[in-house]
Design a protein around this ligand. Structure first.
Ligand SMILES: Cc1ncc(C[n+]2csc(CCOP(=O)(O)OP(=O)(O)O)c2C)c(N)n1
Ligand SMILES: [Mg+2]
Length: 358
């Protein structure tokens, strides 16, 4: 069995479900659209910088930009455990673009001191937790955070994003079960983008759909068109209402597609067809949202080009500045681990510094 998929906009961006159409202030809609346009540009620039050897790695959000809707449906105090394609949530919450660019360059201003893969960033100020590289680990972390919120009687929720591939991990099971049994305020969002690098969805589950798993854990389940901004917003809003009411967690399956490669290290042409990608490009979340916003007079024809130009200029400026800055020295690898550095590390540090001088 599969729950009915929530869709409010059709593939072209026409409103097809007026009953479910959410009332969102125009300023928020506009800000969300701007964030999505910015994400697309970050992808375009990020991969070029990686190919030029200026940054070491790029991870794509292309095709999955509708996740920004979750930032509008949540409160800023709610915690977000991202996977690694949810940059839009941090940006919408005010994470400075300059910090993101410096992080991508792993330069001296990188808040993560060059120690994390570019794109795997977090921010304590924005309740946006550092992503974990091992797939799925954030699911159980988010469940624990939700349980903590419940014990403290806080009016907040813990939200976790993960991929279809992550549903095959042990942590998915533990995290889903723990959240459901403790009736904690957790929102589990599976970005089912059909692929886990080169492994297609059919090898992740024998179930008809990922949302069906909610039944087995005894929790609420919603399936949405994950390229439909409005459906994303409505599902997260509903899940949040339930969670803070004390009715427990929800699993949201967002059916979407990873239009870009897995990362800058991947070549998807060796395992999937061009036709499949083209089919999904027609369901582009930004185009659909733009059409809706024009119909609501939030945007005008031509506004997107102006926004793109504005962010293009801003990104170029930040990139130029970031590229000029030096990297953290090798010796900083030894910082922040022990309050007092053990003798064996002192020795290793001295050895490294010696090589550096050679
Ligand atoms: C435990 C673990 N196994 C394998 C990997 C290598 N790996 C990195 S991303 C990835 C695919 C994850 O797919 P999915 O959860 O669908 O997320 P997507 O990349 O599609 O957004 C894999 C297998 C890893 N990081 N951690
Ligand atoms: Mg996937």
């Amino acid at each position: 069995m599969t729950t009915e998929r929530i869709r409010i906009l059709d593939d072209e961006g026409n409103l097809i479900n007026t009953d479910l159409e959410p009332k969102i202030p125009k300023t928020k809609l506009k800000k969300a659209f701007e964030t999505m346009v910015l994400l697309r540009l970050i992808d375009e620039k990020g991969i070029k910088l990686q190919r030029q050897g200026k940054v070491s790695f790029h991870i794509f959000t292309r095709g999955q930009e509708a996740h920004v809707a979750a930032a509008l449906a949540l409160n800023d105090e709610d915690w977000i455990y991202p996977a690694y394609r949810e940059h839009g949530l941090a940006l919408y919450r005010g994470y400075p673009l300059e910090d993101l660019v410096n992080h991508l360059f792993a330069n001296i201003k990188d808040k993560h001191k060059g120690r994390r893969l570019p794109g795997l960033f977090g921010s304590k100020d924005h309740n946006f937790v550092n992503p974990s590289a091992p797939i799925g680990t954030q699911v159980i972390q988010a469940a624990g955070t939700g349980y903590g919120m419940k014990i403290r009687g806080e009016n907040t929720v813990s939200t976790v994003f993960f991929g279809d591939g992550a549903t095959s991990s042990n942590d998915f099971h533990s995290g889903m079960n723990f959240g459901a049994v403790t009736k904690s305020p957790v929102i589990y969002i599976c970005q089912n983008n059909q692929w886990a690098i080169s492994v297609p969805l059919k090898y992740q589950t024998a179930a008809d759909s990922i949302v069906d798993k909610a039944i087995g854990y005894g929790m609420n389940g919603l399936q949405i068109d994950g390229n439909d901004f409005l459906a994303f917003y409505v599902a997260v809003s509903q899940a949040r209402e339930r969670a803070v009411r004390g009715d427990g967690p929800t699993l949201i399956e967002s059916v979407t597609y990873r239009v870009g490669p897995h990362t800058s290290s991947d070549d998807p042409s060796v395992y999937r067809s061009e036709e499949e990608v083209k089919l999904w490009e027609k369901k582009d979340p930004i185009n659909r949202f733009e059409k809706y916003l024009i119909s609501k007079q939030v945007l005008k024809n031509g506004d997107r080009d102006k926004l793109t130009k504005k962010y293009d200029d801003e990104l170029n400026r930040l990139i130029d500045e970031a590229a000029k800055l030096p990297k953290f020295g090798l010796e900083t690898l030894f910082d922040d681990v022990f309050e007092e550095m053990p003798e064996f590390l002192e020795r290793q540090k001295a050895e490294i510094l010696q090589y550096k001088e050679d």
